[in-house]
Design a protein around this ligand. Sequence first.
Ligand code: ADP
Ligand code: MG
Length: 422
Amino acid sequence: MKWDIRIVSLTSSKKLVNAVAEPKRPQKQSIKQLGPIELSANKVIVRVDFNVPMHNGIITDDSRIQAALPTINYLLGNNATVILISHFGRPKEGFCKQYSLAPISDRLAELLGQPVIMAPACTGNEVSQLIENSESQDVIVLENIRFEPEEQANGIGLAQQLAALGDLFVQDSFGTVHRNHASTAGIAQYLPSYAGLLLDKEITILSNAITSPKRPLVAIIGGSKVSSKLHVLVSLLEKVDTLVIGGAMVYTFLKAQGKSVGKSLCEDNQIELAKAFLAQIQTTTTKVIFPVDHRVVTEVSNDAVVSTVSSDNILENHIGVDIGSETVQLIQSELKTAETIIWNGPLGIFEIEQFSTGTKAIAQTLAHSNAVTIIGGGDSAAAIKQAGLSDQMTHISTGGGASLEFLSNRPLPGIDVLADHE
Ligand code: ADP
Ligand code: MG
């Protein structure tokens, strides 16, 4: 169904409005403002996101390493020594070969066309010595930061030990700026700290999209859970001209309206909040579009028989797995006039070919649109890649959770600690 809302006086105590006017995120100083005078012969610690997909020790997609190259090359070009910190996977504390950054450091060396020094750890005498003996234009990769017990607890001791290894800190891991860890936020309290080129690009594009977008601005929010994205919906409702909601979270909203959702994914503990959001929609002039039809199955499998039903006709044994063709057309007609489109969250179970129809159709529409198109979210980026359309988007954010927090103007510890732009 579609709300073209104009009304209303709402007195619900459950109103989900952002309680205070949102503070503007201050601009951060980037390394672009630093040149040879500040960088030459300095040891620059860069937090990068080398958390790449790997299968049997082979990197299956090196985009994240490639994304770090502009910053690394900029620093090397200004005669700095570059010390890289990253996490990889979810290891337990202590060294574990399976989670070593060694294969990543080898790939980095290939991409840079120069040797890269792989440190045996992140801290300790051997590492300090190695860095002390390094020269300008050397690249050193520290071992997986999550081998350190204090990393995720943002231990002061670890933050200080890391900071002691260099002269400057550069944040270039947008994918982890929503984490308050020693290598993402703690370290920046002890060193002059700046945004890297990748982070700077993310900040510029995402903040333009929400603070001064070319309008109409349309946001498409899908994915699996209301619980992980409701705050984003609330925040975007005030900023966008049209909000399109898809994916499994639709079923929590339908249930909140008293409709049957069959066996579709639904978060019963979010129903009250979903009701409050539906009431909040009535207080804005923002156009909100929910799916009008759904592709449903009775079992989630590759060869399931798919039928299409309207939102009022989901049966007890139905599982909603994708948006229907009428909804696709509805969204497409809305996107025709859009000047900026933000998309986060697939519109169906895109991992299964026959449930990826809606997601693919909308991806194609974005690819052929003249609007600024911004994709956030790990699964959304994967869906666009699967459709072979990555090159046709204006920007695919390297941060999943971080891009959501950014769009909803929430604190981002890894950005908030950096030096403000004067
Ligand atoms: P992103 O990583 O882009 O932010 P999410 O993690 O929020 O996206 O959601 C992605 C997941 O949502 C995918 O695994 C997809 O299968 C799932 N999803 C989308 N629509 C449905 C649906 N109708 N039923 C079940 N899961 C869904
Ligand atoms: Mg995801």
